[in-house]
Design a protein around this ligand. Sequence first.
Ligand SMILES: *Cc1c(COP(=O)(O)O)cnc(C)c1O
Length: 395
Amino acid sequence: MEASSPAGTEPISKPIEFVDLKAQQQRIRGRIERAIGRVLDHGQYIMGPEVPELERKLEEFCGSRHAIACASGTDALLIAMMAKGVGPGDAIICPAFTYPATAETIVLLGASPVFVDVDPDTFNIDAAQLPAAIVAANKLGLRPKAIIAVDLFGLPADYEAIQSFAGREQLWVLADAAQSFGASTRRGKVGTLGLITATSFFPAKGLGCYGDGGAIFTDDASLADVARSIRLHGQGKHKYDIVRVGVNGRIDTIQAAILIEKLRIFAGELETRQVVAEAYTRGLGNVVRTSSVPNGTTPAWSSYTVRVSADRRDGMRKELHEVGIPTQIYYPTPMHHQAAYRNYPTVGKRLAHAERLCREVISLPMHAYLAAADQTRIIGAVTSATQKSARPPTR
Ligand SMILES: *Cc1c(COP(=O)(O)O)cnc(C)c1O
C-alpha cells in the first residue's frame, strides 16, 4: 500500500510495520542461519543441546533459578498449573481483560476461572477486588487455589499487592508473562515475581522465535522437576518410566537455537523499545489517554496501547490505515463476554473497566526498529485523527 508523506518530510520509502520482524532478521540473519545449520548438522531435533543451553541463558537473563523451555506460552501456563495439581473444583482468579490462553488452560484442567476487573490505568488485574473473588468462588463451592496475574502489554501486574494478598489467603501466584519477559520492577525481573512464571516466544512477542515456543520459570527446585517431567509425557527415571500424566510440551531444538541468537540482542532491543515508548508518551500524553507506569517499573513494551473515545475508534483506525499506519485492537471482547466463557463466575455483574477498555483501546506500532521519523509521523497522524473528533475519554 502506498503511504502519502506529510508536507516537508522525507518521502516514505516503506510502510510502517506493526512489529518489524524483517528488520531484526536482517540484522542477525547470518547468525541465525549458522545456528540452524548446527542443528541440521547434529540432527538432534528434539531436546538437542541448544534446549538446555537456552534454559541456562534464560535463567541468567532474568535471575530465576530454573527455566523450562516449552512448546508455547499456552503449554507453559498449562504445565505450570498441572505441576501444582490444579483440577476440578479449583478456582483460579484471573483478569477478564486478557488473551484467551489465560482462561483456556484453567478450563482445560477442569478448574474454573473467576474473572476480575482490571485497573483502568495499568490494564492489569485490580488487586483491590481479590477478596471479592474469593467470596465469589466460595459461594459456588469452589476452592480458591491461585491467582494468574497477567502482565498486559509488557507492564508487570501489581505483584506487591497480589503476593501479599495471596500470602494471607494461602494462594500461589502464576505470572502470565507472555507479554512481559524482559520487564522489571522494584521486586525484581519478570521470571522471579510469582511462584511460577509462564512466558511465550510466539514470533510477535517481545522475545520471539520463528514458530511457537515458551518457557516456565521458578525458584522452586521440586516444582521445576515436576514441570520438566510433565513436559516429557510425565517421564520419570527414563523415557518409558511414566510417573504422572504429562503432555508433549517440548520446544523444538531449532527454535531454541534461534532464541539463543535473539537473546543476544534482546537487552538492547528492550532499551530501544523504552525510548520509543517515552517518545509516544511525550507526544501523545495530551492527545489520547496513555497508560501509567508505576515508579520503579520498566515495562517490556510488547505493545503500546492507548485509549480513545469509543465512538471515534473505528474512524481513527481507518484514517491511520489510510496513511500507512497499522493498528490493532487488543482486545475487542473481555473474556467473560466470550461465548466459551460466559458461564464462569465474575466479581460482580459488570466488569466495567474491562468492558470499557475493549471499546476504547488501540495499539500503535511498537518495535525496536521503529525509526524516529516514523514515530513522529505516527504521533502526528494520531493527533490529527483525534482532533477531527471528540476529546480523549475522561478519567
Ligand atoms: C500470547 C499469550 C499467551 C499464549 O502464548 P502462545 O505462545 O501463543 O501460546 C498467553 N497469555 C498471554 C497474555 C499472551 O499474550
